[in-house]
Design a protein around this ligand. Structure first.
Ligand code: ATP
Length: 240
């Protein structure tokens, strides 16, 4: 409920993350193997991290999160060990979800010649071997989030690994309206605030993060214009 719009992405995640927890016997009867690896892709600030956290929460999974650069910034051999340890920790904490933010920085195409590409190749290889051992993992799902799905190594994207890709697009007008509602629900709003106008003014590439920031800034403006009055009045009298 804290995520505005993104109905299709939410539904796909429900099906593959929540349903296997909720009705495993139906998955058995129909011989459906839920995907273990899911790639969320879309522009920055569209809600990929929020979606992953919500899916983990709704399916009662422990949430283990790490960003690509955190893995990459290690001494020789440590990155691969960190990937291995993450999967071990997820197995122990099952049911669980591993969330890789900025996934392209660790699962990028192999075979480059730039600085660090040897390390990158070896991290991707480690990741692939962990994913291929997923059958033994049991109740662990792995989500990766990226703004550059084209940069992900094709071997990582194939079925059985990160076989399911869910797009997390820029919000449409209905989505933007819902995102404003989410970020205004606990704030007092002046009578002359026109939400339809705000929705139409934010049509050129505004993300959920941009809308959250607009609401935050508006609240800050309200605070600035009120704080002087607050100093000379009791809190109940403050004209917010
Ligand atoms: P990045 O690709 O940069 O990591 P992201 O897609 O993971 O970004 P989030 O970190 O999930 O984006 O979102 C950033 C913030 O923007 C959230 O904490 C939230 O306040 C707001 N936000 C983004 N999308 C939505 C949404 N659909 N509904 C409500 N709030 C949103």
């Amino acid at each position: 409920d804290d995520i505005g719009g993104l109905d299709e992405a939410k539904q796909r995640l429900r099906e593959v993350v929540e349903w296997p927890q909720k009705c495993p016997d139906l998955f058995d009867q129909l011989d459906i193997d839920p995907p273990t690896g899911i790639l969320l892709h879309g522009p920055p600030g569209t809600g990929k991290t929020m979606l992953a956290k919500a899916a983990a929460y709704e399916s009662d999974r422990n949430f283990i999160s790490i960003s690509g650069p955190e893995i990459f910034d290690k001494h020789f051999g440590e990155s691969e060990r960190l990937v291995r340890d993450l999967f071990d920790a997820a197995r122990e904490a099952a049911p669980s979800m591993i969330f890789f933010d900025e996934f392209d920085s660790i699962a990028g195409r192999r075979g480059g010649y730039s600085a660090g590409s040897e390390l990158k190749d070896s991290i991707v290889n480690q990741l692939l071997s962990e994913l291929d051992g997923m059958n033994e993992l049991g109740d662990v799902v792995v989500l990766g989030a990226t703004n550059r799905v084209d940069m992900i190594d094709p071997a990582v994207r194939r079925p059985g690994r990160f076989g399911l890709e869910i797009e997390v697009p820029l919000p449409d007008p209905t989505g933007r309206r819902e995102i404003f509602d989410v970020h205004l629900q606990n704030r007092s709003i002046a009578d002359d605030v026109d939400l339809a106008w705000l929705v139409s003014m934010t049509d050129e590439g505004y993300t959920g993060a941009d809308i959250a920031s607009i609401c935050q800034q508006a609240a800050m403006e309200a605070l600035r214009s009120t704080v002087d009055a607050y100093d000379s009045a009791t809190p109940q009298d403050t004209p917010l």
